[in-house]
Design a protein around this ligand. Structure first.
Ligand SMILES: [Zn+2]
Length: 371
C-alpha cells in the first residue's frame, strides 16, 4: 500500500525533460519497465532520488541508479535484504535499465504454474522387462554334468562329452544369428546344479537350455527305448518322467550339493508355482519350436516328445527354461549319431533353429503389446 501511494504521488515517466540520443546497450542491458510488465509487477520511478521500485503483491525490489545493489523485501521464506548486483542500473536514453544478468532475479516473480493434474503420461518401456516378455538376446546353454560327474554312460561315450560338444556347436550357430551366448561350462569341469541356474540369472539370460542325453537301465529297454524328449519344470505326470528327473537330479545328492534331493516335495512345488506360471508359456513355446525343428531328423521322437518333471537344474532359473534330452545314449543308434561330428552339428542346428523361432514368437507377442 505504501508503495502504491508513493507511486501515485511521485511517480512520473523517465521521459520527462530532455531525451538524450542514446539507445540501450541491448547486449548487456534491458528496459526495466519491460521486465516489470513481464512479471506483472508495478514500476515506480522517483526521478529526484533516482531510485525505482518494482512491486508485485508478494515482493518489492528497490534499485538506485549508479548503485550496484538491490534491496529486496522478505519473501515467504523470510529471505530478503540487500543483494549485490552484477552491474549498477543506468539511464540509457529515455529508459531505465538493469543488466540482463540482474533481470534474472525476476524470474522467481513469475506466477508459478499450478501443479498439473495427473495426466496420462505415455508409458515408458520398463527398464527391466522380465525374461520372456523382453526381446530375446542372451541364451544360456548348460551342458549337463562334467568333471567327476560323467552323466549317463553309453557303450562308447559319456553324456558329459556329447553335451559339451553340442553346446559349443550350438553357441557358434546362435552367435551367427547375433545372440549373446553363455555356457555354464566350456570344458570338462564339475558345476553344481544350483550354480548353473545362478550363473544364468547373473548373466540375465532370456532363455536357459540345459543339454542332456537320456538313459535307461536293462538290456531289453536299452535296445528298445530311444529318441529325443524335451522337459519343462512342472509336476511330473508320469512315472517315466519322474524317473528321468531323479536320474538327472541324482548328481546333486551324489556329490554332496547343499539341499540336494532327487525330488521336489509338494511344499516346494507350491512355492515354485507362481514363478513357474510366469515362464510357463514361454518354456512351452520353446518346446513346440524344438518339436518342429527336431522333426525329420535321424533321432526320432520319444512318445509325445514333451514332458515335465522336477529337474533341479531348472528350479532356480528366473527365465524360461527347457531341459533337452537329445537322444538315448543307451540306445546304439542314438549313441552312434550323437558321438559323430555330423550328428552333433545337426543337433546343434536344430536347437538353434528352435531358438530362432522362439525369438520370433516373443517378438510377435511383444508387437501385440505395442513394444
Ligand atoms: Zn543328464
Amino acid at each position: 500500500m505504501l508503495i502504491l501511494w508513493f507511486g501515485i504521488t511521485f511517480c512520473c515517466a523517465a521521459t520527462n525533460g530532455k531525451v538524450p540520443e542514446v539507445s540501450i546497450d541491448t547486449s548487456r542491458f534491458v528496459d526495466v519497465e519491460e521486465i516489470a510488465k513481464k512479471v506483472n509487477a508495478s514500476f515506480h520511478w522517483f526521478p529526484v532520488q533516482k531510485i525505482f521500485y518494482i512491486a508485485s503483491p508478494k515482493d518489492t525490489a528497490k534499485f538506485a541508479i549508479g548503485m550496484d545493489y538491490v534491496w529486496l523485501s522478505k519473501n515467504e521464506a523470510g529471505v530478503g535484504g540487500t543483494e549485490a548486483l552484477n552491474l549498477a542500473p543506468t539511464l540509457q536514453g529515455d529508459k531505465i535499465c538493469i543488466s540482463k544478468k540482474d533481470a534474472a532475479l525476476f524470474q522467481k516473480w513469475l506466477p508459478q504454474p499450478p501443479p498439473q493434474p495427473s495426466q496420462p503420461v505415455p508409458v515408458a518401456k520398463p527398464k527391466n522387462e522380465t525374461a520372456g516378455t523382453r526381446e530375446v538376446k542372451t541364451i544360456v546353454i548348460d551342458p549337463g554334468h562334467g568333471g567327476k560327474d560323467s552323466g549317463a554312460l553309453g557303450k562308447k561315450s559319456q553324456e558329459k562329452d556329447i553335451v559339451l560338444a553340442v553346446a559349443k556347436l550350438l553357441k557358434k550357430e546362435l552367435e551367427k544369428e547375433d545372440f549373446k551366448v553363455k555356457l555354464t561350462r566350456d570344458k570338462d569341469v564339475f558345476i553344481e546344479l544350483g550354480e548353473r541356474a545362478n550363473l544364468a540369472n547373473q548373466w540375465d539370460g532370456d532363455l536357459f537350455l540345459s543339454l542332456h542325453c537320456n538313459a535307461i537301465d536293462g538290456a531289453e529297454n536299452q535296445k528298445r527305448i530311444k529318441g529325443y524328449h524335451f522337459y519343462v519344470l512342472r509336476a511330473p505326470e508320469s512315472e517315466e518322467d519322474k524317473a528321468i528327473a531323479r536320474r538327472e537330479n541324482k548328481v546333486a545328492a551324489l556329490y554332496g550339493e547343499k539341499n540336494a534331493k532327487e525330488e521336489l516335495s509338494p511344499i516346494e512345488w507350491f512355492k515354485l508355482e507362481a514363478r513357474l506360471e510366469k515362464y510357463k508359456q514361454n518354456s512351452y513355446m520353446l518346446t513346440e519350436n524344438l518339436l518342429k525343428s527336431f522333426d525329420g531328423g535321424k533321432i526320432k521322437k520319444l512318445s509325445t516328445g514333451v514332458g515335465g518333471a522336477g529337474f533341479m537344474v531348472l528350479v532356480g532359473a528366473m527365465m524360461p527354461a527347457v531341459l533337452v534330452e537329445l537322444g538315448y545314449i543307451t540306445h546304439p543308434e542314438d549313441e552312434d549319431y550323437m558321438i559323430t561330428t555330423k550328428g552333433q552339428e545337426d543337433l546343434a542346428k536344430r536347437v538353434a533353429k528352435a531358438v530362432e523361432a522362439y525369438k520370433e514368437g516373443v517378438k510377435a507377442y511383444r508387437e501385440t503389446l505395442g513394444r
